[in-house]
Design a protein around this ligand. Structure first.
Ligand code: FAD
Length: 468
């Protein structure tokens, strides 16, 4: 009780939440699959307050779960069922600290939503290119802690590539001010990269210097029907082969995944009839004034080579946004459908078709009547391969097979030289599977780093690595 009173005094009366009804949304994850009891939710307003909280928790032996927008798909942002962790939400730390147009950088606090950072950059005529379906809710601190990917990685890289500097509160309460805005700085270990993708297990990110890009002069968006996954990959290679434009997005979607999204969008019209094909691609390219001509030439060539069944090019920004809405609705539509297993897989792009064929067969051997919801950032070799129960099957019944499905899909990805988590992280969902796919050397290095920075294991325990 004394420790909790000390924590409350640090953040003041607006900075903590204790009532069970109000705590619930912080203590339960986005998909309501993970969560556990917490003594208190703390909402600090400054880095100094975060540092005081972490110091007080370290002294009291209290563990902390750092939380951003709580959109984690692997149970990383909520307490474990074991419980007892304090939830430290960054949501009140949402200020833009500095904007430097001539350096093309913006310095933001960790609790800024991704959409707010995109808007601040756009207002100044620049672009912050990270783009995720959850961008209205997820926060920069969460994006960096998960090394988020999303739809623009192909051209701009993932979150890791968009950061120049970080400010971090370490597990003992020390503040590391690494808010440098340098594009070159070879003065030793690249410490910021240690915290990016660490899922809050090594410290709390409180602010970041982000890299901005110029707004593209022209953008073209096309919704394409392709014969199969092999054709989609061949089309990707054709598209990437041009020096006339940059490819910002190449998203593959199975027909079953679009069926779900369309139903959730109240059956709105799709750009192409979905009966036209089993697989669709959302393509976005950027370039100069003759971009539309270049796209038309590309699509003609793709058709001549048999890589394209049909296609529609967005005639306006509003139409392009409609294409994207359909793509971005898939994730939530699938959550709402209930009873699915999420596998966020990466494989070398050349093995994508082999992966989807082998994994679909293997899953159908476990549950013959299954819908394969496969979609994602195939331009990066990343597919969300998410088997979903048949319409008439009960979710609980289907989910009895979840461990077996997950295991077989991960095994196939691994055998093809892939990863069992391309962009969502490990969290609680993949923690116990990780040792099957990492070498003992790699796992030992993970533990060595964790022990060096967080010897008491109070920073997001039970995520990424087992509590031990
Ligand atoms: C509809 C939908 C679409 C999505 N699409 C994508 C996608 O395309 N690509 C993709 O990569 N992900 C995607 N995600 C997953 C998720 O949105 C991302 O992982 C996102 O980066 C998480 O940000 P957040 O602020 O919600 O973090 P949270 O969920 O709150 O936390 C995620 C992890 O980061 C840690 N953390 C959060 N903030 C901090 C901090 N300040 N310091 C230290 N640790 C911290 C947490 O402890 C946790 O381990 C999607 C999720 C949804 C619901």
């Amino acid at each position: 009780v004394t420790a909790l009173n000390r924590l409350k005094a640090i953040v003041g009366s607006h900075g903590w939440i204790e009532t069970p009804a109000d705590v619930a949304r912080y203590a339960t994850d986005y998909r309501r699959l993970y969560g556990g009891p917490t003594p208190i939710v703390l909402r600090p307003g400054s880095t100094a307050e975060v540092a005081s909280i972490v110091t007080a928790c370290a002294e009291a032996g209290l563990a902390i779960v750092p939380q951003g927008g709580n959109t984690s798909l692997v149970g990383g942002s909520v307490p474990t069922a074991h419980g007892g962790e304090v939830i430290l939400s960054l949501e009140r730390m949402n200020r833009i600290r500095a904007f430097a147009p001539s350096d093309a950088t913006i310095t933001v606090e960790a609790g800024c939503t991704l959409a707010a950072v995109q808007a601040a950059a756009a207002e100044a005529g620049q672009l912050f290119p990270l783009r995720l379906g959850s961008q209205g809710t997820c926060q920069i601190g969460g994006n960096l802690s998960t090394n988020a990917g999303g739809s623009n990685v192909l051209h701009y890289g993932n979150a890791r590539d968009l950061v120049l500097g970080l400010e971090v509160v370490l597990p003992d309460g020390t503040v590391w001010d690494g808010l440098r805005a340098l594009r070159k700085d070879n003065t030793g270990y690249n410490l910021k990269q240690l915290f990016i993708g660490a899922e809050g297990t090594l410290g709390i990110i409180t602010a970041a210097v982000l890299k901005l890009s110029p707004q593209p002069k022209a953008v073209e968006t096309a919704f394409l029907a392709v014969p199969d996954v092999d054709a989609a990959v061949a089309l990707l290679n054709l598209v990437k082969d041009s020096a006339e434009y940059g490819v910002t997005a190449f998203e593959l979607m199975s027909r079953a995944s679009l069926d779900l999204a369309q139903a959730r969008l109240a059956g709105g019209r799709t750009p192409l009839p979905l009966e036209a094909a089993g697989w669709f691609v959302l393509l976005e390219i950027v370039g100069g004034g003759t971009l539309n001509d270049a796209l038309m030439a590309l699509l003609t060539e793709a058709q001549d080579r048999g890589l394209l069944l049909d296609g529609v090019v967005a005639g306006s920004l509003a139409q392009a946004e409609e294409f994207w809405r359909l793509r971005e609705e898939i994730s939530d539509a699938q959550t709402a459908a209930g009873g699915s297993v999420r596998c966020d897989i990466a494989v070398p792009i050349s093995r994508m078709a082999d992966f989807i064929t082998a994994a679909s067969l293997a899953v159908r051997e476990i549950v013959p009547e299954v819908r394969i919801i496969a979609y994602g950032h195939v331009g990066d070799g990343n597919v969300h391969f998410n088997p979903l129960r048949a319409v008439e099957a009960a979710p609980e019944e289907f989910l009895r097979h979840a461990p077996a499905i997950s295991h077989v899909v991960d095994d196939i990805a691994h055998a093809l030289g892939g990863s069992i988590s391309a962009e969502h992280g490990v969290g609680q969902a993949k923690r116990d599977e990780l040792p099957n796919y990492k070498s003992p050397v790699e796992l030992d290095l993970f533990r060595l780093i964790k022990r060096a920075l967080d010897p008491r294991n109070t920073m997001n325990p039970g995520k990424l690595l087992a509590r031990s």
